[in-house]
Design a protein around this ligand. Structure first.
Ligand code: GLP
Length: 261
């Protein structure tokens, strides 16, 4: 089941999404959280940090698995996802460094690394809640259009659109890595809960196709429709192309009085 929540602002969207993560942690302190990079979940991370500082949200028993990493960037490279996660989240909360897993961008054996990564996730009992953003071409993690909906963690060649989108973070386009290691769509669908955040009008088309379009490997985020517990948190511009928008808002308004299962 896919539930859509539309907020007036990015901050409100981020707060609602962060509450989903906090709810999981409050019932399972040793939860396994799937982390995402990109600008979309920055507000969510900020809110989790605030909850840690002000409300005592505890990450001491948490394990995390990141979705993806660029190939060729060392962990301390400012555009690596290792660096991003450290700067924007890990260094601000009480997570144990040995409980943080991020795909390696510098392994010399991608295939066995990817298998090991999948085994680690399994070893920890699977991911309890996976945070996701969406690319403007509808990708989740680095599962570019055409990725198998049952794909596992693997090496992936980035689409030109993604390289263009991400070029803004590098000195020039030539510096953007061409390959990445990414969890597969199949890996992501095995998480118990999925939380996708998307903001801004640049995401409106991808969101509409993911939420209301057919399930297709051309928009890998559309595979989330197949998951029993997906929550999609949007700000106003990202929701602007949804045909059923009023219905989603109506469902949210009616929720408190809805018959309990
Ligand atoms: C990259 C990441 C995705 C992310 C996407 C969107 O491609 N691999 O996980 O969802 O960028 O990024 P942003 O949130 O900055 O728009």
């Amino acid at each position: 089941m896919m539930e859509v929540f539309i907020s007036k602002t990015y901050d409100e969207m981020s707060r609602k999404a962060a509450r989903e993560v906090a709810d999981v942690l409050n019932t399972k302190p040793n939860a396994v959280i799937g982390m995402a990079t990109g600008s979309s979940p920055l507000g969510l991370y900020k809110e989790l940090v605030r909850m840690y500082q002000e409300d005592g949200l505890d990450f001491s028993q948490v394990t995390t698995f990141n979705l993806d990493e660029y190939v060729g960037l060392k962990a301390h490279h400012e555009q690596s996802y290792h660096y991003f996660m450290h700067e924007n989240f890990f260094k601000h909360v009480n997570i144990a460094p040995e409980n943080i897993y991020i795909p390696s961008g510098t392994t010399n054996n991608y295939q066995s690394f990817c298998q090991w990564y999948e085994q680690r996730i399994e070893h920890y009992g699977g991911i309890d809640i996976q945070i996701l953003g969406i690319g403007s071409d509808g990708h989740i993690a680095f599962n570019e259009p055409g990725s198998s909906l049952s794909s596992r963690t693997r090496l992936k060649t980035l689409a030109k659109q993604t390289i263009d989108d991400n070029a803004r973070f590098f000195e020039n386009r030539e510096e953007v890595p061409i390959y990445a290691i990414t969890m597969g769509v199949g890996t992501i669908l095995e998480a118990r809960k999925l939380v996708l955040v998307a903001n801004g009008d640049k995401k409106a088309d991808a969101v509409a196709q993911a939420v209301e379009g057919p399930v297709t490997s051309m928009i890998t985020a559309s595979a989330l429709q197949l998951h029993p517990d997906t929550k999609v948190f949007l700000d106003d511009p990202a929701a602007s192309k949804l045909q059923m928008r009023e219905y989603y808002e109506w469902i949210e308004r009616m929720k408190p009085g809805a018959p309990k299962r």
